[in-house]
Structure formats: structure tokens, C-alpha cells
Design a protein around this ligand. Structure first.
Ligand SMILES: [Zn+2]
Length: 454
């Protein structure tokens, strides 16, 4: 029987933050084994004025059938736990909610939300279930959130002549950083994910320095590094909040940076998390988006329904062969692949295949059209691991003391493991082209070294 949040008082929960779809509260009430050290994640709904469809239908369905668990929980328990050891995943469980309780929560806490958010959406009070998760940042420790991004360089096999040189010399993150900097979106970062994923202490140190410097120079706005002390975000102007209580408050910032780096380095090298993430990204994205797109078009052209549907096209263009035959954009529902969007069962089936000897038998240098769906799902899953974050738990920093590193469950936890949608593929294909083409014109290309390139 899942615990019921309704047994707690809405005032026991403190507003933490929110994203586009969910809002998070942390438990701050009297000791309770079900809720100590947890956060409650609730789904949001548009404010009534902005809703375009009536909700009557959904309410009716819910009266007859039990509301399903939040998809995040299913995806984690049925899929992610087969790829990442559970001690490196947050604890997630379903909790029961009811409308009167949610209404009281809204009445007490809605004003703590940013005004711009309140105008658009709020807690979905019709929900009967929410997600209870480990509170990874809210305790008496330092929580360091890192978004490492892409940890490998693609094999040249499927790259076009236009992008091959750039994509095999410079990693995707560094190329993307160059593009975003040129558009004025972000500062130049020396951080390279391939250093962080290298397994080499000197290179990981360089990566942490790169993250720290970008964090400082951007005023904490880069999303690759966030630091929390006692549950509150640390701004780069207040690094002393990372120090232990008995540390000298005038400790120079340079020294705090060194203490932070060595503590984080020891934790990252003591857990297999980075190695697991890089191996997953690499083994799931074996064709690069360019190879995947080529396989997509080839599969479409060989599908029996394709030639029948476009027979007139082939009639008209007979002989000249200049015009390209029509094609469906990558990942879009089409005659040869209807309903491409995977559901939870598709993901489970995919993992059965991915984790079986089938994968070793694939000739990725010559991907076969009959395996298109395997490669599409693999690419989407790889994208989840390219976009996830990890949270490392550190003790407060003590100058002059070689701190003992205790690595236990939840010392390093992987978060933001949400399934990606097939609809994203065409955007990614376009972005990839833009990044690589723009970087090709750069006369001073950075050299990024993939320590595990085969
Ligand atoms: Zn790089």
C-alpha cells in the first residue's frame, strides 16, 4: 500500500522549484519514516482560462478506472534500472493524493511560486497520484549537480565528407558551445566532457576546473554545474557557503576551488557512474544521426508501399534522375513506419534485444533496413543519457584536511532520465548539421580526445 500524502499537513511541504510539467515540494514536517528526506513531485495543468479542451472526459474515465502511475516511475523501474545500478538511481514511489488536500496545498503555497508561472499553470488538483522521490539536494551536505553531456566521438564510418573532419576532431559539446557562443547565448567554456569521462585523474581535474570556471564567469547561469548547500543553491559570489562550520571564513576562493575539485574528483573516480553513462551513450548511438537518417531514407525507398504510392513520381522522373524522390522526415509517422512513438512495452522489448547477444551480431557498418526500429529506439535512449544529470553528495569543505570519502548508495545519483520522443529526431538532425557545418568553418579547431575510441 503506497503511503498517502493526505495524512500529512500541506504546510509540512516546502516549495522547492518547478519545470514545464512538474512542481516540486520537499518534506519539512515532523519526523515521519515515509516522508523524511523526500520530495513530492506533482504534475501541473494550465490555468482554466488557458485550457482549450474540456476535461470532462478525463474526469469520467478516472471515476471508472484507477489513474495509472506517473510514467516516470514506470520508465525508471522497468527500463532504467536494467541499465544503471539501482543504488545510483533516486528512490521513486507512487503516493496517493486527493483534491481537498491539493486545494489546501495550492491555497497555502501558490504565492511562493514565481508570478510568471502562476499566470500560466498550477498544480493539477484532479490527480490522484504523485511521485515521491529521494531529496538529493535538501540535506546537511553539499550537493553538486553536473550535466556532463556527450561522452564520445562518433565513428567516421557514417559521417559525410562535409562534417567528418570537424566531428572526428572536436566533440559534440565543444562544437555546440562554439555555435552557442557565436549566437551570444553562452560564454566560451573550456570544459570538455571527454575529459570528465576519460577515467584519467589529471583530465577529470581539468574538466572540474572547466566547470567551476564557467560557473563563476557566467554568474552561475551555465546549466552544466549547480551546487547546493543545505538545500539552497549556492551562487558563485558566495562560495564560502561550501565550507564546514569550523573553517576559516576568509579562506581564499582559489583554495575553495581546489578543495571542491579534489573532493569531487575522489567521488567521481570511486563510482562507475561516468563509465556506465559513456558506454551507454556510445553503444546506443552507433550510426550517428547522419547514418540513422540515411538508413531511414533507404528503408523508406525499399518499402513495398513506397513505390506504389509514389509510382507517378518515378514515371515522371524516369531518365533524368536529378530530382530526389519524396521522403518523410526522420522519425515522423509514415507509410512504412506507422505509430513510431514507443510506449513502455516497446521500451521493454527494445531492452530485451539490446541486452541480448543480438547486439553483438549487428554489423553497424552496414545497418540493415529491417533493424531500423532498433536503431531509432537506440538513438532515442542514447539521447536520454546524453541529457541526464548526476548529483554527487559531498561533505562541507575543510581547508587543510584530507577528507575521507565515503562512497555509499546515493553518493552519486543519476537524475533526469526521461524518455525522449521520436518527434525530436528531425530537430536533432537539423541542429547536428548546423553545429557541424558551422564548426567546419572554424580555423582553430579544438582537439578533443576520446579515451575509449575503438
Ligand atoms: Zn570537447
Amino acid at each position: 500500500m503506497p503511503p498517502s500524502v493526505v495524512d500529512t499537513s500541506p504546510s509540512d511541504w516546502r516549495y522547492v522549484s518547478e519545470g514545464g510539467a512538474t512542481i516540486v515540494f520537499s518534506y519539512n514536517g515532523p519526523p515521519n519514516p515515509n516522508f523524511n528526506g523526500t520530495v513530492l513531485r506533482l504534475r501541473k495543468a494550465l490555468v482554466p482560462a488557458l485550457r482549450t479542451v474540456t476535461r470532462e472526459g478525463t474526469v469520467q474515465t478516472r471515476a471508472n478506472n484507477e489513474e495509472p502511475d506517473d510514467p516516470t516511475i514506470e520508465y525508471q523501474t522497468k527500463c532504467m534500472s536494467r541499465l544503471i545500478p539501482p543504488e545510483h538511481l533516486p528512490r521513486l514511489e507512487t503516493v496517493h493524493l486527493d483534491e481537498p488536500w491539493l486545494e489546501r496545498l495550492v491555497a497555502q503555497q501558490n504565492l511562493r511560486r514565481p508570478e510568471t508561472r502562476r499566470e500560466t499553470d498550477g498544480i493539477d488538483v484532479d490527480r490522484q497520484k504523485g511521485v515521491l522521490a529521494t531529496d538529493l539536494v535538501g540535506g546537511d551536505w553539499l550537493a553538486v549537480e553536473i550535466k556532463p553531456k556527450w561522452g564520445f566521438v562518433p565513428s567516421p564510418k557514417h559521417l559525410s565528407a562535409a562534417t567528418k573532419d570537424a566531428k572526428t576532431q572536436t566533440c559534440r559539446f565543444c562544437m555546440h558551445n562554439h555555435l552557442r557562443k557565436s549566437k551570444g547565448h553562452i560564454i566560451e567554456m573550456s570544459y570538455c566532457p571527454l575529459d570528465l569521462f576519460s577515467g584519467d585523474e589529471a583530465r577529470i581535474t581539468k574538466a572540474i576546473h572547466g566547470l567551476w570556471d564557467a560557473w563563476t564567469e557566467s554568474g552561475g547561469s551555465v546549466n552544466n554545474l549547480k551546487i547546493f548547500a543545505n538545500g539552497k543553491i549556492v551562487h558563485p559570489t558566495e562560495p564560502h557557503r561550501m565550507l564546514a562550520r569550523d573553517a576559516k571564513p576568509d579562506t581564499p576562493i582559489r583554495e575553495i576551488r581546489d578543495l571542491f575539485t579534489s573532493a569531487l574528483l575522489r567521488i567521481l573516480t570511486a563510482t562507475p557512474v561516468l563509465r556506465i553513462l559513456s558506454e551507454l551513450q556510445r553503444s546506443l548511438d552507433v550510426l550517428d544521426i547522419e547514418g540513422l537518417s540515411r538508413l531511414w531514407r533507404r528503408t523508406e525507398r525499399t518499402a513495398p508501399s513506397y513505390r506504389t504510392t509514389f509510382a507517378s513520381f518515378f514515371e515522371h522522373t524516369k531518365g533524368d534522375g536529378v530530382e530526389k524522390p519524396p521522403s518523410t522526415p526522420l522519425g515522423v509517422s509514415s507509410l512504412f513506419l506507422s505509430e513510431p512513438q514507443p510506449d513502455i512495452e516497446d521500451w521493454e522489448e527494445f531492452l530485451d534485444t539490446y541486452l541480448s547477444p543480438f547486439r553483438d551480431g549487428l554489423d553497424n557498418s552496414k545497418p540493415a533496413p529491417e533493424n531500423l526500429r532498433y536503431y531509432l529506439l537506440a538513438y532515442l535512449l542514447s539521447a536520454t543519457f546524453k541529457d541526464c544529470s548526476l548529483i554527487a553528495r559531498l561533505d562541507f569543505l575543510k581547508p587543510g584536511v584530507e577528507q575521507e570519502v565515503k562512497v555509499g548508495p546515493q553518493t552519486v545519483t543519476v537524475i533526469d532520465l526521461d524518455p525522449k520522443s521520436m518527434e525530436k529526431l528531425r530537430e536533432w538532425e537539423k541542429l547536428d548539421k548546423e553545429i557541424a557545418t558551422f564548426y567546419s568553418t572554424n580555423t582553430e579547431k579544438k582537439t578533443c580526445v576520446d579515451a575509449f575510441a575503438s
